[in-house]
Design a protein around this ligand. Sequence first.
Ligand SMILES: [Zn+2]
Ligand SMILES: [Zn+2]
Length: 220
Amino acid sequence: MAKIDIRIIPVTPLQQNTSLIWDSETKEGVFVDPGGETDRLMETAKQFGVTVKKIWLTHGHLDHAGAAHEIRERTGALIEGPHKDDQWLLDDIEAQGQKYGISGLRNVVPDRYLEEGDQLTLGDMVFDVTHCPGHTPGHVVIYQKEGQMAFVGDVLFKGSIGRTDFPRGNHQQLLDAIVQNLWPLGPDMRFVPGHGPMSTFGAERQTNAFVADHILKAGA
Ligand SMILES: [Zn+2]
Ligand SMILES: [Zn+2]
């Protein structure tokens, strides 16, 4: 099986994690959630000799999707994700960028929307998709079973979960998505969150302030 390499690059004043993942043999790669600072992201790809073939978006917020359009223009990469229910956010990136004072971000229409159960490929590696609404209605989580690695965007963080006080956020929906869609993937699944350090689903089930097993049980 191909060996996967990964670098995590925090971008924008919102310190969002953009991941560059690539096949170490073919050097073909994917940006997951390129939120801004296109020049710096492209420089990182160049540094590792990676040809960017695809861009995967977990959800429509500007800090995760703001550089997707420009990277597609420069590389011809295909944009896959998020779910179509986040298009209203992808249409609002430029306006939100002005509001947050972040320049250079662009609205974007993906080449492919993702649905529950869809699969993504990078060379001969297969990634699976699960739809996890709550933080945004069209949020997806992308994971690879063999590599035990998930890209969860703003669904789950080390110690916390995504905000649901934005328009069309839904706290209960988010909790349900985490318990029903993520926990079954197993405790050893490592995840790269949209912000902050990595963790595993197992660690969060023990210690997360919102979705640890003992906390959900107490609230049930
Ligand atoms: Zn977000
Ligand atoms: Zn975010």
